[in-house]
Design a protein around this ligand. Sequence first.
Ligand SMILES: CC(C)(COP(=O)(O)OP(=O)(O)OC[C@H]1O[C@@H](n2cnc3c(N)ncnc32)[C@H](O)[C@@H]1OP(=O)(O)O)[C@@H](O)C(=O)NCCC(=O)NCCS
Length: 178
Amino acid sequence: MCAVDVTPVVSTERLVLRGPVITDAPAIASLANDINVAGMTTSMPHPYGLEDAEAFVRRAQACDWRSEALFAIEHRSFGVVGLLGFDHKRGLRTEIGYALGRPFWNRGYATEAVRGGLKWMKRDWRKSIVVAGHFADNPASGQVLCKAGFLYTGDVEQRPCTARGGRAVPTRMMVWLA
Ligand SMILES: CC(C)(COP(=O)(O)OP(=O)(O)OC[C@H]1O[C@@H](n2cnc3c(N)ncnc32)[C@H](O)[C@@H]1OP(=O)(O)O)[C@@H](O)C(=O)NCCC(=O)NCCS
């Protein structure tokens, strides 16, 4: 059961970040079932089917928004274009993660969503530090984080990638200070 009845909504110029609903599952499966997307995340499997998307939506609907946030990124004209989340899975650090469907890359949507998500997180969770990690072979994500105000810490963690068969991938760590 959800800890709150109404999920948060974050509005930006072109996007709305909101809790996913079950009717989003086909769009989520369609954007996530791409090795170029899932292979740049730690947790998305590949292939990524409708049942994976439905399980994701159920998990998002059951999450406690005080400690975990899983947003669908909805474009005002194109519908669901990606996902964005915050969690504390790795200890006390608040960490951000996101993914955009390939047809929507390089239009500034990830940067806009990350900036909007950070504003919400700072206001609602009152956190002043957020960390992020991008695979070393994913410079586009590093660029998104730089544009949103993250700085490289110099740390490189080895993180498993489910879509790459669980193989550890060098992950460049970054930090954002409110
Ligand atoms: C990484 C990702 C989120 C970027 O989304 P996006 O909406 O295209 O991002 P934006 O348009 O806001 O910004 C992308 C930036 O990366 C740059 N970029 C794109 N490809 C690049 C590359 N190969 N090398 C360096 N920079 C690159 C773009 O030029 C742009 O920077 P600019 O605005 O300064 O020109 C998207 O590609 C994605 O979802 N990838 C798969 C999942 C993923 O990587 N998730 C993040 C895990 S850490």
